[in-house]
Design a protein around this ligand. Structure first.
Ligand code: GYE
Length: 341
């Protein structure tokens, strides 16, 4: 215990920019409140959060969601590490959290494999690990407490089902449909699930022809680059499946730069995932056909789990977040008004 608080003190000194708020927060609280409880170190729940990076609007909303809930005011001390898209950085972050004897580790694993050893180390140290967003493949599921996130395969299937219905409405259900896919980070569960979910529906349609699938790294720049290549390689593309909104934004730029159009009534049908505000706006502008929601606001749910664990309760191992989809037939103005990310 002593060691933990010594470590926290060192971290507080070292990371003065990030942690300055603790001091200010405490000073401020002491001025306005006679109850100093939240500012005594031993009352903080110390969280180590290993985030993947900042590749997309989704990711930024997800980070913000955690930061807004794990505050000193709520009784938390958050150690935040951005892995800049590298698993090795995440492994190092988790090991640092173990050394600092945090109370909980929150890990958003960039890919599904390669975590067994480090999770064993966390288990040996008695630190519960909560997985968020992406999942991992483990020999031993006991190595993490629970997982909270989206059903990516269902998202992929929903996109496939939406396309089926849309093609029927256009009386194109028996025509050849030429499809390309911009994929997210290879081997991430968001990529694996969305690709395989869409493939489930594709396998039911002999006339759907998947021309190509390439890695767009979940970023706008790479999405644009890959779409530019697709447009050079394939003359007729009917559908673009883009495994996140930011790649979609890049793809739209490439499509328009090539003198083509997309969205309802355009040359290509665009299907996207995440449903961040900018994607809804692109739908309003008639450039995306449908977006399959992936909810990044996991902070409150994880805080609730931690409260239950603190109270000695059991929590469900796998916890899915509810999600929906949006298309241009809906009242997008209203959706945008209610949208917080
Ligand atoms: O769809 C994408 C991203 O893992 C669900 O990661 C997440 C994905 C999200 O950066 O935008």
């Amino acid at each position: 215990m002593i060691k933990k608080y010594v470590m926290i003190f060192i971290v507080v000194l070292a990371v003065s920019a990030g942690a300055g708020w603790v001091f200010f927060g405490c000073a401020f609280e002491e001025e306005i409140s006679h109850d100093p409880a939240p500012c005594e170190e031993e009352d903080y729940i110390v969280i180590g959060l290993s985030q993947i990076g900042s590749e997309s609007d989704w990711r930024n909303a997800n980070t913000e969601s955690f930061k807004s809930v794990f505050t000193a005011g709520n009784g938390y001390y958050l150690l935040y590490e951005d892995a800049q898209q590298k698993q090795e950085n995440q492994l190092k972050a988790v090991r640092d959290f173990i050394l600092q004897e945090v109370d909980y580790i929150i890990l958003d694993p960039i890919v599904e494999t390669g975590w067994d050893t480090v999770l064993m180390e966390a288990a040996d140290a008695g630190i519960p690990v909560i997985l968020v967003d992406r999942q991992i493949l483990l020999e031993n599921d006991e190595l993490y407490t629970c997982w909270v996130g989206s059903n990516f395969r269902e998202e992929g299937r929903a996109a496939g089902r939406w396309l089926e219905d849309y093609l029927k409405l256009q009386s194109r259900e028996n025509k050849e449909i030429r499809i390309v896919t911009l994929q997210g980070t290879p081997e991430s569960s968001a990529q694996i699930g969305r690709t395989s979910g869409f493939a489930d529906v594709l396998s039911e349609h002999d006339n759907w022809n998947m021309l190509d699938k390439r890695n767009g790294e979940f970023t706008q720049a790479k999405g644009q680059e890959v779409m530019r290549d697709f447009l050079k390689l394939y003359e007729d593309i009917d559908v673009v499946v883009s495994e996140n909104d930011n790649m979609t934004f890049g793809a739209i730029e490439a499509i328009e730069a090539a003198g083509k159009t997309c969205g309802p009534g355009g040359d290509m049908i665009i299907l996207s995932f995440d449903a961040v505000r900018a994607a809804i706006q692109f739908m309003q502008a008639g450039k995306i056909n449908a977006v399959f929601e992936c909810n990044p606001l996991l902070g409150p749910k994880v805080a609730e789990i931690i409260e239950r664990l603190e109270a000695g309760e059991q929590v469900e191992k796998i916890q899915y977040i509810e999600e929906t989809y949006f298309d241009t037939s809906m009242d997008l103005e209203k959706i945008l008004k209610e949208r917080v990310y």
